[in-house]
Design a protein around this ligand. Structure first.
Ligand code: UT7
Length: 329
């Protein structure tokens, strides 16, 4: 295979569960209010998967849609990357179910656990493999059914997260289109700020861990908030600089949808006008690694993203991980 000069997104797709959980629904479950959630996060509602739903089933739906839009057959795929922290099961990888369900060849398919930054981590890998000529088409899926890991007695987390899946088919594109720059990071010193204590090798599942509600997401939200704003601003600036692009040249900024206040703070620090920033957090909440591809899919379908547009994406999440990617659509 010859070396491609650029890699880009050829098509996107998404799958959102039908069930909507509003802030008013949550008022009935925990000591919270629509006013608090709206003012502190910007979230009004989020989706929740039905008990019969599972991660790979939604990934297959989103993947099929992305492939159709890209004009790529499942058997043409060379790699599947599933970014998720809410897999079907600990073993095997959710990507194996996606590969089989899509009817792809026996290609390299694996899961990637980088939480909210996962789609950008996957995008960076796809970019490298496509540009090297090693692969032609890569399906990257950002998939989370976080409601399965939420403690509906913990108001500090259950109001924030939602379920959703979105996918992108990456392949060779002709410059000036394509991924212009990416930069990814991890700093494990903050690992304890957002984690699920039990169910792994440190604390295997027992009746006691279940009783102690240790299989649910725990978060130190305000500690993360400060690191998030600083990291997102820094990495966004560095990616722009490495591509020789100024903030004024950007057509669209898609930040990870963790909190509208984080988005606003980063936007202000970068000096971006509000109309250049996309947000769907009011309707979708925080869907971790599905957040950025859900935004991309929505923007692509609505015409908010047009051919030639310069789009900057940046994300921050558990690990902690963070990163940014700049792309010409
Ligand atoms: O996507 C992955 C990365 N995640 C993030 O980056 C999340 C970043 N953090 C945040 O978005 C915000 O910190 C939160 C939305 C999680 C919390 O907002 P905050 O303004 O930082 O609130 P806080 O944690 O400092 O809590 C303030 C008060 C507390 O009460 P006291 O101690 O002041 O009496 C909390 O108990 O708000 C209380 N509180 C709530 N009240 C009503 C916390 N959650 C709720 C709630 N409803 N749902």
């Amino acid at each position: 295979m010859s070396q491609a000069t650029a890699a880009g997104i050829l098509g996107t797709g998404s799958a959102l569960p039908d069930k909507v959980i509003t802030n008013f629904d949550l008022e009935k479950m925990v000591d919270t209010s629509d006013q608090w959630i709206t003012e502190r996060t910007g979230i009004k509602e989020r989706r929740q998967a039905a008990p019969c739903d599972y991660t790979s089933a939604l990934c297959i739906r989103a993947g099929r849609e992305a492939l159709k839009r890209a004009g790529v057959e499942p058997r043409e795929l060379d790699m599947i990357i599933c970014s998720t922290i809410s897999p079907d099961m600990p073993l095997p990888a959710t990507a194996a179910f996606i590969q089989h369900g899509l009817g792809a060849r026996n290609i390299w398919s694996f899961d990637l656990a980088a939480a909210c930054s996962g789609f950008l981590f996957g995008m960076t890998l796809a970019d490298q493999f496509i540009r090297s000529g090693r692969t032609r088409y890569v399906l990257v899926v950002g998939a989370e059914l976080l409601s399965r890991f939420l403690d509906y007695q913990d108001r500090s987390t259950c109001v924030l997260f939602g379920d959703g899946v979105a996918a992108g088919v990456f392949g060779p594109v002709s410059p000036p289109a394509g991924i212009l720059a990416t930069e990814m990071h991890t700093d494990g010193q903050y690992a304890g700020h957002l984690y699920i204590p039990a169910g792994g090798t440190v604390r295997p599942a027992t009746c006691e861990t279940v009783k102690a509600r240790q299989h649910y997401i725990k978060m130190k939200g305000n500690e993360l908030f400060k690191v998030a704003v600083r990291s997102l601003e820094d990495v966004s600036r560095r990616v722009l600089e490495s591509a020789g692009i100024t903030v004024d040249q950007l057509d669209l900024f898609i930040p990870h949808q963790a909190n509208q206040r984080i988005t606003d703070a980063v936007r202000e620090r970068l000096g971006l006008k509000p109309d250049k920033v996309f947000s769907n957090i009011d309707r979708i909440g925080n869907t971790s690694s599905a957040s950025i591809p859900l935004c991309l899919d929505e923007c692509a379908r609505s015409g908010r993203l047009k051919k030639g547009d310069l789009v900057l994406m940046s994300a921050f999440g558990a690990g902690v991980t963070w990163g940014a990617a700049l792309m010409r659509w």
